[in-house]
Write a protein that binds this ligand. Structure first.
Ligand code: ME8
Length: 520
């Protein structure tokens, strides 16, 4: 019967990364957050499609490849593989890893171009202006300044700009100002958080100029249909990946009909204009539905300082996994920083979370209660006696976590879900200490059984709900709670209490304390 129950579709994407370098912790942050969202929806009964990948065209890729004496495709392949294996190492549950050099993506990019052209929104003209290779963007004179070294820079992004003139196709972005403002008004959740959305809105209110969308000075890109002297501006091609991933240009394909429009594009704050202005304008022009939401996360800083190769403070995600453990790192990133805000990390902050939230509040509670069950209840979930008001109260608080987490995840507020869960864990630790089942063992065995039962039940709910963030550890916790890897782990199972008499395996510690390596 279950196969006939239709699961609502849910389509989620990350930004596609530039493979002109290798992934850093900022990329990992976006992958992990998006993965937690995808896993949450799967556990909540949705049919999820999760797209991620690499953005391989453009002048920046070409320049890096030239410097290394290899072709841009060789560079793209080499680093794209590193991105993909990094994602695998981070437990990212993507359904497709797209590369913009994939053949079907060329077809999709050319098809959206043709649609925009047929709508009368593309025309040929000449472009001149201050161009930044790093940003692949032109800037107005007033957005640049000459610095001490005599070179001109973009004020906003600190990248060098040079005067460039070329024949170019333009997209009539100016024609979309009112339509975009109407979209923002009609759909106040189109982009979030509000502060970043407001920046986008005020940018659009200041007026939009037409956008140069092709280049003739290099050929590393998707050729413009009908005029292969031009390649598409990399952002036209890059944004279209979200359509390619679900089968565009075959708009009748089952996957396209099922998953488009995307439910959420997860991106960082530096690329909000591309996603909340250009992208909906392109889609309106092409006569396609718009994504429901653009979630803009903040950036991560190393103890408040921007990561940069020259400072030597760029962290490879795999180094963190090796040092702290995968789930510990996933937990830290999502618990520490409210998702829309900028965040900072440090060794001490990570160790603090590992030792207090994970090892103490969760790991220790599980270990203490499960060891008592192993010793005093024949290794089976005990049969509770009549529940006292404090038992009901605690269980009710744990049950409310599902709704709280749904509300939090709907807004990509992962941190609020984890905070609520750890508040209940704090309450449960206080309950455990107050009820003192190790004393009850000698005075009132039935009450001891009740207290242990209530504690295991809270742990079960918590373990189910933290699976999106810590899939491996939550799975181990569910193992030692005797919850099968199947229906018992889905959110639908939260309402079915742990069954007295369930045999439990010998408990094993799941969240070790972080020990500083001994000085050499
Ligand atoms: O922008 N902290 O690729 P990208 C958090 N190819 N997130 C960060 C970060 C940091 N320190 N640094 C970067 C691109 N990011 C384009 C996207 S989408 C159609 C094309 C985020 O490799 C950044 O905000 O430079 C972006 O969302 C993602 O990593 C990829 O960045």
């Amino acid at each position: 019967m279950t196969s006939e129950v239709s699961q609502p579709p849910y389509y989620i994407t990350t930004a596609i990364s530039y493979p002109n370098g290798v992934p850093h912790i900022g990329h990992a942050y976006e992958f992990i957050a998006t993965d937690a969202m995808a896993r949450f929806k799967r556990l909540d009964g949705y049919d999820v499609f999760f797209l991620t990948g690499t953005d391989e065209h453009g002048q920046k890729m070409l320049h890096t490849a030239q410097k290394e004496g290899i072709t841009p495709l060789e560079l793209a392949k080499r680093n794209s593989d590193v991105f993909q294996s990094t994602q695998d190492g981070l437990g990212i549950s993507y359904d497709r890893f797209i590369r913009t050099t994939d053949a079907d993506h060329y077809t999709a990019a050319q098809a959206i171009w043709t649609r925009m052209e047929e709508a009368g929104d593309i025309y040929l003209d000449k472009y001149e202006g201050w161009y930044s290779v790093r940003d692949e963007a032109y800037y107005g004179e007033d957005e640049t300044e000459v610095r001490e070294d005599g070179k001109r820079y973009s004020i906003q992004t600190d990248t060098e700009v040079t005067w460039t003139e070329e024949e170019s196709y333009f997209f009539r972005l100016s024609a979309y100002q009112d339509k975009l403002l109407k979209l923002y008004e009609d759909q106040p959740e189109f982009a979030a958080p509000r502060t970043r959305f407001n920046e986008v809105i005020s940018f659009v209110k200041h007026g939009l100029t037409d956008l140069s969308i092709s280049r003739t000075t290099f050929d590393w890109g998707v050729p413009v249909p009908g005029n292969p002297k031009h390649v598409m501006y990399v952002w036209v091609d890059a944004l279209t990946n979200y359509l390619t991933g679900v089968g565009f240009p075959d708009t009748e394909a089952e996957s396209f009909r099922k998953w488009w429009p995307a439910d959420v594009h997860v991106i960082g704050k530096d690329i909000s204009r591309f996603h909340a202005i250009y992208w909906p304008a392109f889609l309106m022009s092409a006569g396609l539905e718009l994504p429901r939401r653009v979630m803009i996360h903040g950036h991560l800083y190393n103890q408040g300082i921007k990561m940069s190769k020259s400072l030597g403070n760029v962290i490879a995600p795999s180094d963190w996994v090796a040092q702290y453990g995968l789930d510990q790192m996933r937990f830290f990133l999502l618990r520490e920083v409210p998702f829309g805000a900028d965040g900072s990390y440090s060794h001490d902050a990570i160790v603090g979370r590992m030792n207090s939230d994970l090892a103490n509040n969760l790991g220790n509670l599980a270990q203490r209660s499960l060891s008592m069950v192993a010793k005093n209840c024949e290794g089976k979930v005990p049969q509770p006696g009549t529940l006292a008001p404090e038992d009901h109260e605690l269980l009710a608080r744990a049950e409310r976590l599902l709704e709280k987490s749904r509300t939090a995840y709907e807004a990509q507020d992962f941190h609020a879900s984890l905070e609520a869960i750890w508040t209940v864990l704090g309450d449960t630790n206080a309950y455990f200490a107050e009820q003192a089942p190790w004393v009850l063992r000698k005075t009132d065995v039935e009450r001891m059984n009740t207290v242990l039962y209530v504690t295991l039940e809270v742990l079960r709910i918590v373990a189910i709900l933290v699976q999106p963030v810590m899939p491996g550890s939550a799975g181990k916790l569910l193992d030692v709670l005797g919850q099968d890897d199947g229906g018992a782990r889905s959110f639908a199972a939260i309402g079915t209490a742990i069954v007295p008499g369930t045999a439990l395996p010998a408990p094993t510690p799941i969240f070790p304390k972080y020990e500083e390596p001994a000085a050499q």
